[in-house]
Design a protein around this ligand. Structure first.
Ligand SMILES: NC(=O)c1ccc[n+]([C@@H]2O[C@H](COP(=O)([O-])OP(=O)(O)OC[C@H]3O[C@@H](n4cnc5c(N)ncnc54)[C@H](OP(=O)(O)O)[C@@H]3O)[C@@H](O)[C@H]2O)c1
Length: 312
């Protein structure tokens, strides 16, 4: 079969022949891939820098996909985190049926492949990492990216009374009110988000350290719980959080991702999220690209606003 193959972590995947996959375990089947998203997680997988990377090569990247199963059903599937070399950017792959969900007839495979990973980040964070009550106020840091845009929509869907969308690009921020953002602000205007109950953070690094101090010191009631969910780290892997900030306000910091959320919890949320995406509940930015162009698009699309979806 043809596949996107990484044989060197310093180079983009190359489109080439690769041995056909074989199903080995119980519940596993070989499926045809219809659409696979090029998510930041996939870039770090292909670069060997993701925390789940084992260093083993060659590998086919891709952590999820819309596939056609042997009975002809269209499914959304996620690849087990322990499967580090056979991903979804190929004509065929192996899925565990228990990590997949059948999609309704007429679903757009590209939209689902684009949306599930970024949407899952906030969906799982709010459903599985914290007790998220209705009428809570939420700030999204890094709201202009695919996951941030989804977080606005997911928080609203789960009953947030107000969503404040923060980012660094004012032109992109201006587009977020149609998604449900009640207020948008740049990262140096976060005093406006001082009284939120929950922060969904895709940034980390220096912007988060600054944002935390800004929000905590401007809080009207420092005894009111603030839950800060670390979900992404596009601005840096470390954030210097002052000890005083933690002592002087009722701040709880939690992370949400593979490991802090059990695999079975992710799997349990897939059907509900997949249905919402397939029903068109979310505004999705997707661009389909033939798998044969993987090497070019890998480099050209870095920083692209649309989620690239590779189509074999
Ligand atoms: N834990 C989970 O379950 C989970 C799941 C999915 C994704 N994630 C993580 O979430 C993060 C975002 O994913 P995504 O799909 O939204 O990626 P994306 O679509 O590529 O968006 C990235 C966003 O980050 C912003 N950004 C990059 N560097 C920045 C900086 N130095 N300061 C401020 N903003 C910066 C960009 O801002 P501009 O718009 O200004 O360019 C862009 O909006 C990634 O780290 C990803 O791995 C985590």
């Amino acid at each position: 079969m043809k596949a996107a193959v990484v044989d060197d972590f310093s180079r983009p995947p190359h489109y080439q022949d690769f041995p056909d996959p074989v199903a080995k375990g119980r519940g596993e089947v070989v499926v045809g891939v219809l659409a696979a998203g090029l998510h930041p997680r996939v870039r770090s997988q292909a670069g060997g820098s993701h925390y789940t990377s084992t260093g083993e090569l060659p590998l086919i990247p891709g952590v999820d996909a819309v596939v056609r199963d042997p009975k002809g059903k269209i499914r959304y599937a996620i690849i087990d985190v322990d499967e580090t070399t056979l991903g979804t950017m190929a004509e065929r792959t192996v899925i565990d049926l228990d990590r997949s969900v059948v999609l309704p007839d007429g679903t757009d495979p590209v939209a689902v492949a684009a949306a599930m990973n970024p949407a899952m980040s906030s969906w799982v964070a709010l459903r599985r990492r914290i007790e998220f009550g209705r009428r809570q106020r939420v700030a999204v840091l890094g709201a202009t990216g695919n996951a941030g845009r989804m977080a606005i929509q997911v928080a609203k869907r789960f009953g947030a009374s107000e969503v404040i969308a923060a980012g660094r690009d004012t032109a992109k921020l201006a587009e977020l009110s149609v998604l449900g953002a009640d207020l948008t602000c740049t990262l140096d205007q976060l005093a406006q988000a001082a009284d939120v109950d929950v922060v969904i953070d895709y940034l980390w690094g220096e912007p988060t350290a600054k944002a935390m101090v800004e929000i905590l010191t401007n809080r009207a009631d420092r005894g009111k719980q603030l839950t800060w969910i670390e979900v992404g780290a596009v601005a840096g892997p470390e954030a210097a959080v002052p000890a005083a900030a933690l002592r002087s306000a009722r701040l709880e910091i939690v992370g949400s991702g593979i490991g802090s959320v059990a695999g079975r919890d992710f799997v349990e949320e897939i059907p509900k999220l997949a249905k919402a995406v397939a029903d068109g509940a979310f505004d999705v930015r997707a661009k389909a690209v033939p798998l044969s162009e993987v090497e070019k698009v890998w480099t050209d699309s870095a920083g692209s606003d649309d989620r690239i979806v590779l189509v074999p």
